[in-house]
Design a protein around this ligand. Sequence first.
Ligand SMILES: NC(=O)c1ccc[n+]([C@@H]2O[C@H](COP(=O)([O-])OP(=O)(O)OC[C@H]3O[C@@H](n4cnc5c(N)ncnc54)[C@H](O)[C@@H]3O)[C@@H](O)[C@H]2O)c1
Length: 333
Amino acid sequence: MMEIEKLKVLVTGGAGFIGSHIVERLVKKGAEVIVYDNFSTGSIENIKHLEKDIEVIRADILDYDKLLDVCRGVNVISHQAAQLEITKCIDNPIEDLKINAEGSLNVFNAAIKNGVKKVIYASSACVYGQAQYIPQDENHPTNPNWQYGISKLAVEKYADIYNKYYGIPTIGLRYSIVYGPKEWYGRVLTVFLKRAMEGQLPVVWGGDQIRDFIYISDVVSLHSLCIESDIVYNDIFNVSTGIGTSIKQLARLIIEIFDLDGEPIYEDVKEGEGSELLEGRKRLPMELKKMVLDNRKAKKNLGWEPRVRLREGLIKEFEWLKSNKHRWKKMSY
Ligand SMILES: NC(=O)c1ccc[n+]([C@@H]2O[C@H](COP(=O)([O-])OP(=O)(O)OC[C@H]3O[C@@H](n4cnc5c(N)ncnc54)[C@H](O)[C@@H]3O)[C@@H](O)[C@H]2O)c1
């Protein structure tokens, strides 16, 4: 078993939402941590309170020489840096592929050259595409419906090859929808929360779409188990609650928790079209109808158990948002 307090861990994307929570936990557990981030979407605010305990490298994963240099003496890499905006991957699939696939290859190559013992990398539920059944286990077919899912799937396939060829243990984490303090991305849960903070009712498009929301601290716990575990091979885990929540249910829950007055507002927006009520927002094309990931493999193999229920997680995120309103200033809702 790897003891975290004895490790030097490099976290790419460590100034981002998920990465910064990972960094915080690693510091708490006594690891030596290097954050490697170009701050394209990450924020120094996320890691400021840890500054005296960590080293921060402002650099790009596309800069292989820099990565190679920084990875010297590193035992474990947690690779979280990526381009993850669906609208961006549609508008600029080449940029998406470059950051996610080439960037990850750089990370894997730097790991091998420096004798890194393990690489844990962020994948995504997007590798599955439309669900043929739910909950989707790790063997569910992978037919991404967006370019981002393809670049993430490529990362998994590269990891597999690198594991077989060079023997480096790689663990891919297919996150469902991760939520919690410090997230910044405008999507259904954050848009509902932002409106709730201003006393506005959620605007629902359709509403029968089913999603699996996993709270950030549960993701971080699983990540720690992946470092500690004796897994010395290539593996992939869904990181999810296994619980499906429809968008209608989410809207109602938010109305109830935050004591809003009224019912969800239903707006008829077709996939790929713009909203009239939510200025600047567009419904995604080729939307997923259902996404619920089976988490039994992580539970069984790693002894992990997600603990935070949606209601509790939403309240925690809301509390954070109330005292960090500036963080979502640019998000249209
Ligand atoms: N948030 C989710 O619900 C979710 C779901 C599935 C998968 N993921 C994956 O989890 C990982 C973390 O996502 P997040 O939600 O924390 O997003 P985020 O945008 O907050 O974090 C990504 C971080 O990577 C950094 N980064 C981006 N491009 C970089 C580059 N070229 N070089 C160096 N740093 C770069 C950004 O500045 C940011 O700090 C990503 O790999 C993402 O694809 C997230």
